[in-house]
Design a protein around this ligand. Sequence first.
Ligand code: MN
Length: 321
Amino acid sequence: MKFSSRINSFKARPELFFDTNKIDTVDLIKRMSSVKGLTHVELNYPEHFLQNDIAEIKTAIEESSLKVGGIALRFQKDFNDGEFANPDAELREKAIQTTLDAVNVCRELGGDTVTLWFANDGFDYPFQLDYERAYADTVDAFKRITSENPDMTFSFEYKPYEPRTFSLIGDVCSTLMLLDDVGQKNLGITLDFCHMIMKKENPAYSLFLSAQRNRLVGFHLNDGYGHFDDGLMLGTVHLLQTLEYIYYAKKYKFDGLVYFDTFPKREDPVRECEQNIKMYKILSDYIDSVSMNEIDSIIKSQDAIKIQSLLLSLITKKTSL
Ligand SMILES: [Mn+2]
């Protein structure tokens, strides 16, 4: 299994690890590499390259036990009105150029995936966005970056809202529609558990839809109550849905990066991350102990009582139903 986590989480509770308040990306990588079971790091571009240059970051990663999974774009404040769907052609071009720069950084660090989440491509008011223009510009931008970089995998992470009231592409089906319209094999989907819960999607069903179209690239796992992107620890709110999600990940033989997109603030982020890895492994092992076939027969029975027995057996640590 490949496990990664959010670098910025490791800024939490600095007094538990650091002697100084001046913490840069290299320091955060050092702290991350102390997490038992963590295998990969993903960096935000340009955010994590502002205090340290690529050479320093490369050295820090080589000296750690971690490998680079990929780079995630974080567009800066110029992009208030949108990234790939910005109405200003110059800013749209700047967003594309920033993405192309991120591709080069990703390649240099040995990563293979560039993940895009657009904070500002969306709208807050009726009549605020020309949907037709915004969608067409987004398709064109993706066609360009994917066709110019066939060796790189790109992944679109959808989120229904926040910070915009509506995202332009905010659910699993409009993401799959976008991917179809772009028409490139090297563009896939990153499923964020909390984002799916916010959209009232059932995460395992969104996983199925993405796998069905052969577009599954990455997982962002976490939990939340559904109003905001809470970034809570895996399985703490939606345990049975998390179990179902991991079952389908196994069924479709997902071998990408499992990235814990959680936001520890009061917790020790090292222990919090270890707990997420533990939760994933325990749920995954539990599925194996019951067996994929047995769970498949429960699904086929469509019997809610049998499904509840599955949950009961998990919480009572029995593996026979
Ligand atoms: Mn995420």
